[in-house]
Ligand binder design. Structure first.
Ligand code: DQA
Length: 154
């Protein structure tokens, strides 16, 4: 059974109390529980992490690249939070690690402030999802399963 790594960046530990009109009232623990269920129904083992530190996220992406090369990881779902809009280093980490990665946002970043419209993650990502609220995590796990099927020779 392959692992799906769900990686959350800065301020996502505040889910539930942080701007609930934008991000909803579910906590990160609720999101993790939702991911456990989605992974169980798609045959993945879940590795769920959050960090407020760019370097910790970069190290996790490098580790994911090694795990994917070893055949134990299906890919990464990354909500990079505000680092999405600032981090060339995360862009380079995703490319350098060669990992299959889905960029995820709870909110529709394109309907928000102009500074959220540009993503350094998107050009390095396999797919991008935004605007489904925290349900997007479950949809992204389904998406990772679909990508894995696409990668299988017919
Ligand atoms: C976010 C959107 C980002 O612009 C913001 O900085 C976040 C959360 C989202 O999930 O909608 O921290 O990635």
């Amino acid at each position: 059974m392959k692992t799906a790594l769900v990686l959350n960046g800065p301020n996502l530990n505040l889910l539930g109390t942080r701007e609930p009109a934008v991000y909803g009232s579910q906590t990160l623990a609720d999101v993790e529980a939702l991911c456990v269920k989605a992974c169980a129904s798609h045959g993945f083992k879940l590795d769920f992490r959050q960090s407020n530190h760019e370097g910790v996220l970069i190290d996790a992406i490098h580790e994911a690249g090694r795990a994917q090369a070893a055949g134990t990881l299906a890919g990464v779902i990354l909500n990079a939070g505000a680092y999405t809009h600032t981090s060339v280093a995360l862009h380079d980490a995703i490319k350098g690690a060669g990992v299959t990665l889905i960029e995820l946002h709870i909110s529709n970043v394109h309907a928000r402030e102009a500074f959220r419209h540009h993503s350094y993650i998107s050009p390095a990502a396999k797919a991008v999802m935004a605007g489904f609220g925290v349900k997007g995590y479950g949809l992204a796990i389904a998406g990772l399963a679909a990508l894995a099927e696409l990668a299988q020779p017919a």
